[in-house]
Design a binder for this molecule. Structure first.
Ligand code: ADP
Ligand code: ADP
Ligand code: MG
Length: 479
């Protein structure tokens, strides 16, 4: 592989290029009108313009991306995350054109892209599943009946869901019909597929996921866990590894199950198996993401592996030269997703120009970003502008280092999640390691910080959010 096209933008495109360069592979960027001066374009050896800002007319247009690879002579395409990364028809098209798709087979993407199909695939492997329906529910009365059998609270979930969308919590029978309909509508508008199913809502849930890595020769390992329970809108904001809730025995059991999930679809490359764990330490398979994960840097920090390098090596057909017993955690790593959002106001998008954007540096501090000072944040894409990750020899020292790094991260022109990061890392619940996915609802929203926002700011934020939403709705998450 001499030349790689990265079918993505922002921090993940820049991050993939960094490894490709180190491996002596030339890089090709693609960009929309909104990104013509973006860092990922400047970082690449070559760049091809692929259309207007809306991703439905640029980053999601399969033909334009394959054409860009042909024009530049790139032999391989890395899809990053989001956009076309979990789109099986794209993987097929790339391969039909004689190019390497840096990712698993289209079969694995299709199977794991459907939450229902993936549960069906793993059920013979003895992997614990959340109690729920094993098929799509179309009839609201049937749904209600099943929900009563399962027991409230339940989640109505889109089978094709992702990014926390198409998911509705129903606390009691009276609310079932309304929430069921809302979930179905959101599933249709976000994923073009209104299949929904019902799952028991796990009380005091923790999101714990395992990184896996497989080659094309049937060898595979898990690369330890990540704890991702600090979430807003069912989406992660802070992740850490190792999980304060996972001891060695549990790690081995969950890791073995994660490997089995990957084996159930003959997985190739890097992927993530997500579990939900209750307050008694009982865990259940949630879904598998068949791509590089946003929060992969913390795994890299504690293991010393470069996951993008392994994705490329596997795609070239190389064998894994890693054995399970070699993969151990060195110290502790934490990541904060820095979103252009106002945490004081329901995490609504905050758009504008990065008047100041100064990045912290130092030992064990890593910033992944696709932005520079002076850049305007386009409204067309995901509002994550950077990831700040730190590595310390233990959890308390990693927390300390994260505070320092957040203090040294200077952003002006927009609101960001940095203040929220300080709040979480200072909180006794986080410090104790006993937090669950209700952290934001229980503490942050409950505290009175949102009361301080005055009416004018609320109106401005609402308009910004409305504008952003009408664009983001046009961006389809790959099924
Ligand atoms: P991960 O599963 O890797 O931790 P997320 O689930 O937060 O990350 O998001 C996965 C991908 O989906 C990201 O690329 C993100 O940009 C994209 N995504 C998340 N939410 C939305 C949305 N509402 N619309 C479009 N894309 C989204
Ligand atoms: P997505 O594809 O949108 O990432 P997931 O099934 O991975 O959907 O769920 C996203 C988040 O929603 C989880 O990290 C967790 O916080 C919450 N969640 C999902 N299923 C359950 C459940 N059965 N009980 C409690 N929380 C859940
Ligand atoms: Mg998920």
């Amino acid at each position: 592989m001499k030349k790689l096209l990265i079918a993505n933008r922002g921090e993940i495109a820049v991050r993939i290029m960094r490894t490709a360069k180190r491996m002596g592979i030339k890089t090709v960027a693609v960009y929309s009108d909104a990104d013509k001066n973006a860092l990922h374009v400047k970082t690449a050896d070559e760049a091809i313009h692929i259309g207007p800002p809306a991703s439905s007319e640029s980053y999601l247009v399969q033909g334009k991306i394959i054409e860009a690879a042909k024009i530049t002579g790139a032999e391989a395409i890395h899809p990053g995350y989001g956009f076309l990364s979990e789109n099986a028809s794209f993987a097929i098209k790339v391969r039909e054109n004689g190019l390497i798709f840096v990712g698993p087979s289209d079969h694995a993407i299709t199977l794991m892209g459907s939450k229902l199909a993936s549960k069906d695939a793993v059920k013979n492997y003895g992997i614990p599943l959340v109690p729920g329906t094993d098929h799509a529910i179309n009839d609201v009365q049937e749904g209600k009946k099943r929900a009563i059998e399962i027991g409230f609270p339940v989640l109505v979930k889109a089978s094709a869901g992702g990014g926390g969308k198409g998911m509705k919590l129903v606390d009691k029978e009276e609310n079932f019909e309304e929430q069921f309909q809302l979930a179905k509508n959101e599933a249709l508008s976000s994923f073009g597929d209104d299949d929904v199913f019902i799952e028991k809502y796990i009380g005091s849930p923790r999101h714990i996921e395992f990184q896996v890595l497989f080659d094309k020769h049937g060898n595979g390992v898990h690369v330890l866990e990540r704890e991702c329970s600090i979430q807003r809108r069912h989406q992660k904001v802070i992740e850490e590894t190792p999980s304060p809730k996972v001891d060695q025995a549990l790690r081995e059991a969950m890791g073995r199950d994660a490997v089995k999930v990957a084996e159930s679809c003959n997985y190739e490359g890097a992927g993530t198996v997500e579990f939900i764990m209750d307050d008694k330490g009982k865990y259940y398979f949630l879904e598998m993401n068949t791509r590089l994960q946003v929060e992969h840097p913390i795994t890299e920090m504690i293991t010393g592996l470069d996951l993008v390098e392994w994705q490329i090596r596997v795609a070239r057909g190389e064998k894994l030269t890693l054995y399970q017993e070699d993969i151990t955690a060195n110290g502790h790593a934490i990541e904060l997703r820095i979103y252009a959002e106002d945490p004081m106001n329901n995490f609504l998008p905050s758009i504008g120009t990065l008047e100041k954007f100064q990045i912290p540096q130092g030992d064990g501090v890593r910033v992944d970003t696709g932005f520079e000072e002076g850049d305007e944040i386009p409204i067309y894409y995901d509002p994550m502008i950077a990831k700040l990750a730190v590595h310390g020899i233990n959890r308390p020292l990693a927390i300390k280092k994260m505070h320092r790094a957040m203090n040294d991260f200077h952003i002006e022109g927009i609101k960001s999640t940095i203040e929220f990061g300080h709040y979480v890392l200072d909180h006794p619940e986080f410090e104790s390691g006993h937090y669950d996915t209700h952290f934001v609802g229980n503490y942050w929203n409950a505290d009175d910080q949102s009361q301080e926002t005055n009416d004018a700011q609320k109106v401005a934020a609402f308009l910004a959010a409305h504008h952003w939403k009408s664009h983001i709705n046009a961006i389809k998450l790959p099924a």
